[in-house]
Design a binder for this molecule. Sequence first.
Ligand SMILES: [Mn+2]
Length: 334
Amino acid sequence: MKKEDIEIVKNLLANPKKIAIIPHRSPDGDAMGSTLALYHFLKKINHQPIVISPNDFPGFLAWLPGSESVLVYENEKESVTKVLQSAELVFTLDFNALHRTGEMEQVLQKLKVPFVMIDHHQKPDNYALVTYSDTSIGSTCQMIYEFISSLGKKDLLDKTIATCLYTGIMTDSGSFRYPSTTSTTHRIVADLIDLGVNNSEIHNLVFDDNSFNRLQLLGRALQNMKVFPEYKTAYTTLSQNELDEFHYKKGDTEGFVNYGLTIKGINFAAIFIENRDENSIKISFRSQGEFDVNQFSRENFNGGGHINAAGGKSTLSMEETTKKFENLLTKISI
Ligand SMILES: [Mn+2]
């Protein structure tokens, strides 16, 4: 973090404030972990923070300390809008473009108070007074650790904050196996464990949360998979009917896209998931090695993210979307 930005943030936090902390829509472990860690930290230094999520967070994160205090914009738009309008400072974490908050963007855009962005995705938009952006860091939670350290407040870290941070570092690093996991990541994690984090329990809480329906939905996704060895690519689909058949709940398809990459010789994987209500196809891309799925998604599927992990969207039918995808495979080198 830049020296002058640290000074600006120190000034912003010099007297008690009402602070809104915002994760992206459909928050994952890193988004919830980082916003709640910052929430606990700001409370400790006498602010009045509140985490406001654009929509519901998945059940496998509902054990996170402080999650019961999170407001969900989509569930109570009017009252949450008022809370947002009363904020004196806004932190946006784990995303870098306001449209990632969905409908809440309209409210955020009208706010006249300073924004602080802390994020590790590529190409940050220019909406914040302070932009702490670093695409080399594997998780926003790791950045929050660095952020608190930069403010000279590392001694305020405790088991609660550390538990939130550990969760996001673990989930965004694929349990410490993605290339963005560095020796610094492990040193920070060591610190968190010294603060009392129960790493093994957190792993169980997050990953051993399968329902029978979810396992069957995974089975369907694996059966639907198409593999193109010549393009080192595998993709799968889930239609709305299939989601309905297995009583899909938010978060159920988390991680499904990664299975394609576990096939020997496959470096590019995608999953296409139909959303009948929004009349669109939600897409996740993953790659191994050089192939830049962030760029691929930006150019072809209105999305973006990181080099090896990105999201996208299509308003074509499922059939047209996968046809477009298959055509693109012939034009790229993976
Ligand atoms: Mn993240």
